[in-house]
Design a protein around this ligand. Structure first.
Ligand code: IDC
Length: 461
């Protein structure tokens, strides 16, 4: 019987695991199973975008949808502008765009008390990291409390003069959300000054123009679009719990008139960036946008305590947040982009691995749901024998933090001792052949709270 086991324990970012033998911990969002189609890999290195009719297309003329995340204000949350995180979002979340939101007027804003050089530096870094990660980047001149973009038109000209260059992977969003009394005519007047500045540096990249009333009145832009430039798109922003059929109708109207629309910001909560998450309305939006192949970018990448943030306030991981770090918005987005429910996979190693006597346990919580106010979790286990000899007997020990009930189990015997659960083989999976594995071991647990899962030394059986 094998005596030394590689032990896989619950390792969420920020938690340390018990046992001195643990030398490495990783926890990341992984795919539950590869069953559905994933978007094709785009490489943005030389793939310049353009607009054909209402459609954003790649350099081969194929329709392309950009889907990803917007940073929160980079002046407030600079830590999320980092190469590892962008790569992680590209690889694990299948994002192909990141929006770099730079507030102009709020505290720490570019036109108020923000450090302009530091902000530009962050924008340049973001552009570079996006490129390295194979993603498009949107430079967002994030007007908000300065409701009319003409208020800071000179600063905007200088900014875009410095930032724009002949990029293939950058889009310029020249005014986030005009609001208040700002008319479409005001926005046009502004755009017609900024577009030539960008074009003098970057002759063909996509330029996104905001629309009146917090980038909602795309119908007004559709009635009187900007003339004389190629590759201009118009933004529509929505927050699903606030903006519903009325706004979708404005979008349909604009598309009907031939206006290219880009959803450079949306949330699935209400327009305050907080409150109730409306999955039903979000679903309606997504199906419309997918049908029309319109790009959409979620607000926001931060751990701020508001429901639009994709990370929980407790999350301090800024490079590869785990499932347990994701807010409801974050989980929703992960599932949308990857077609997979977020599940946790756990991979740890012990340092005292002895040759020829290694077994490895991998486990996932494949699904969870609520029953009578309690969480029910479906656990799935696989044990691999890495050695060149068969092993005989195994035991998995799960320590729960709260009381639990076993609702179902398969391919396993179990014994409950207070808050501990011991899983042992059934007749046909007791032996694990050399380099072989036993799979499809499962239990369904109601309650239990947190769990610490280990491959234990088996009883002498
Ligand atoms: C919100 C942020 C919030 C911040 C506030 C600043 O979520 O943390 O304090 O801005 O005033 C928008 C804006 C976007 C808003 C967001 C949610 O583009 O800046 O972010 N929102 O209110 N338009 C509609 C909603």
């Amino acid at each position: 019987m094998k005596k030394v086991f590689l032990c896989l324990v619950l390792a969420l970012a920020g938690c340390t695991t018990a046992g001195s033998s643990v030398v490495s911990e990783t926890s990341s969002v992984v795919e539950e199973e590869v069953t559905s189609e994933v978007p094709e890999e785009e490489t943005v290195q030389n793939n310049s975008l353009s607009v054909n009719g209402t459609q954003l297309v790649d350099q081969n003329g194929n329709a392309i949808q950009l889907r990803g995340i917007s940073t929160h204000g980079i002046g407030w949350f600079p830590q999320y502008v980092n190469a590892d995180l962008f790569q992680y979002f590209h690889d694990e979340w299948q994002m192909n765009v990141i929006r770099l939101a730079m507030y102009t007027a709020e505290s720490n804003g570019y036109c108020t008390d923000g450090d302009q050089e530091a902000l530009k530096d962050l924008v340049r870094k973001g552009i570079q990291y996006a490129k390295e990660a194979g993603m498009y980047a949107i430079v967002d001149w994030h007007i908000l409390s300065d409701n009319n973009p003409n208020m800071h038109v000179e600063e905007a000209k200088e900014f875009f003069q410095e930032i724009a260059a002949d990029y293939d992977h950058v889009l310029y969003e020249i005014c986030n959300e005009p609001n208040g009394n700002t008319s479409w005519q005001d926005i046009k007047t502004y755009a017609e000054q900024i577009i030539p500045v960008i074009r003098s540096k970057d002759p063909d990249s996509i330029i996104l123009v905001g629309t009146p009333n917090w980038s909602q009145y795309v119908n007004e832009a559709a009635d009187d679009p900007i003339k004389g430039y190629e590759n201009i798109m118009y933004t529509l922003h929505f927050y699903a719990a606030t903006h519903k059929d009325d706004l979708r109708q404005k979008l349909q109207y604009a598309l009907g008139k031939g206006l290219p629309v880009f959803v450079s910001e949306y949330g699935i909560c209400d327009a305050s960036g907080n409150g109730f998450i409306d999955s039903e309305e979000a679903e309606k939006w997504v199906s419309l946008l997918d049908r029309e192949k319109i790009s959409y970018i979620m607000w926001n990448l931060s751990n701020k305590d508001e429901s639009s943030s994709i990370l929980k306030p407790s999350c301090t991981n800024v490079t590869n947040p785990a499932v347990s770090d994701l807010s409801a918005s974050g989980q929703w987005l992960y599932e949308l982009l990857t077609n997979h429910k977020p599940v946790e996979e756990h991979t740890d190693k012990t340092e005292d691995i002895q040759e020829e006597s290694e077994s490895v346990l991998t486990w996932n919580i494949r699904d969870t749901w609520e029953e009578e106010g309690e969480t029910v979790s479906l656990y799935d286990f696989t044990i691999e024998n890495l050695s060149n000899d068969p092993t005989e007997g195994w035991q998995i020990k799960i320590q729960f933090s709260e009381d639990f009930d076993i609702k179902d189990s398969w391919n396993v015997e179990y014994e409950v001792q207070d808050k501990e659960l011991f899983l042992t083989p059934v007749e046909y999976n007791r032996e694990i052949t050399a380099k072989g594995s036993v799979k499809d071991i499962g239990i369904i647990v109601k309650g239990g709270g947190k769990s610490d899962v280990r491959l234990d030394e088996p009883y002498d059986n």
